[in-house]
Every structure is written in structure tokens, then in C-alpha cells.
Design a protein around this ligand. Sequence first.
Ligand SMILES: [Zn+2]
Length: 321
Amino acid sequence: MKLTIVMYHYTRDLTHSRYPAIKGLDAELFREQIAFLKEHFTVVTMEEVLDCLEGRYELPEHALLLTFDDGYIDNYTLALPVLEENRLQGSFFIPGKTFAEHKLLDVNKLHYTLAAAEPEILYRELLAKLDYYRGREFDFPSNEELIAQYAVPNRFDTGETIFVKRMLQTVLPERLRKRISSELFAEYVNVSEEQLAYELYMSEEQIRLMKRHGMFIGVHGYDHYWLGNLPDDQMREDIQRALTVMDEFIDRKRWVMNYPYGSYNDGVLKYVGSEGAAAGLITKVAVADLDTCAPLELPRLDCNDFPPKSENYKNISRSEG
Ligand SMILES: [Zn+2]
């Protein structure tokens, strides 16, 4: 049984937001896209997918699941009304820290910094900072080595942007990442982190309302870490913290995991499975085949792979045979 899972992040009205350059799907495009998906697919609920994985339900042909990562407030203000209007369910994956502490996730600190400054300028400034910090308190490879390994463009970003992202998301030692991220944020973004966190994420009450309106709420870690790169005890601690603050919204015996950055390993799979995860979402680009896929590793397509953004989804389903 095939299932196309679509992944969304921001669904904001970009032209009116504080940083119009930030990446995301515009509200009007989102509305158009939902109309397209409704016409060409059958949108199913997460509960139906879980029933199917447990062998108690057959998905319709051209089944499609809508997923939203990171708990952004525009999921509530813009996506929810469109979904309700169309009588569709969305599944929302919310990092615990965003509503429990109102702290900015590192990933968003980085998004806002990247949106506020030219990638080439950030790239050069980051290289200078690496030279400054290297050997002082921290040890890491030379700029030449790092560039050769990480400044590699992908289908969305230039080499410079990828380099800045990789360095500040995962490559540098955690304490240094946090320090440089905060320095760059303070330098280029003219708003405090706390203020931005309140503007950016859904509140607990809004999440409650989403659930009451039939939306599915799932787990996306606590601190939005690359779980596959963490030592075992820290990985477990992050997932436990997430499960604790999400308790009201999830079924502890049948919850759904969405690995931040699509990062996981065998240890992560084993742990979330033992804690009651019934399904897991990854970022590998493919149409899921529920008869053959591991339930904790379901691949997804990006919303940019569908009209009105592109027709990529056609090639992706074809290449899957
Ligand atoms: Zn995320």
C-alpha cells in the first residue's frame, strides 16, 4: 500500500512577515496546493495510517498524509483554517521546548540569521570566527578541510548556505555552535530571541485547540537535536523530556515520532520503539510503501515537490516503481 507523505514547515504569509526572505510556503500557495492535493489524492488521517500499519485497515488508492514540522504559529493561524475548510487532517510535530519554555530553537535562530544577511557575508564572517576560535578553547579541522567536506550545494541551497548551516547545526562543538549562533543572531537580527520565540511558535493552548479540532499531534524531540549524533544518554533524555511535556497530546502507547533533521540511528529506533512509538517520519525523499517500509522510517516528500511549486512528485513516484 502506497502512502505519499507531504512535509511542511512554515506556511506563513511571507510577503507580510518580518523577514520576507525566509524560506516557506506562502499562505496563498498553501491554499492552492491543498486544492491540488485534494483533487489528485485521497488525504488520510494519521489514525488510519497507524491502523494500516497494524494490519487493521486498508488505505485508499493515492493515499496522502499532511505533516507539519516545528510547531510554528502560522500552522495555527493559516494552515488550520484551510485544513478545516477542506475537512482535512494535518499532523503537527512540535518540539517540546518551543511551548514549554518559549525558547528559540537553534534551527530558527539560524533561519532568521540566514534571512537577515547575505549568505556570502555570513560565510566569510563564519570562516573568520572559526579562525579566531580554533585552538583557543575549541579544536576542529582547518577551514580548507571543512569547506571541502561541507560546502556542497544541494537542490535547495548554495554551498555557502549549506556550509553555514552544517557548521552551526552539527559540525562544530555544541558550546561553540551556540556561541557563534548567538553572536551572528545578535549582529544581524534586530529582535530579542525571547520576543521572537513568542512570535514564532504555537502556545500550549493553541496546540490543545488544534487537537480538539481533530488535528494529530506528534513528537519532534524536546530541543530539536540531531538525535542520530547524540550520545545515547542525551538522546534518551531529550526524548523523555519531549514525551513528558507532550503527555497531554499523545497516546504513550501509540505515538508518532518525527526525527528532527531526519537524523536517527539504530539506537534511536530501538529506544522510540521501546517507548511506544508506532510510526516514525524521516526526510528521505520517496513515496512510502507500507507493506515494505519499516514503520519507524517512513519517507516523505517536500511540499515544494508539488504544484504550484513544481511537478517533482511525478518523477519521485515513478522512480519508486
Ligand atoms: Zn524540525
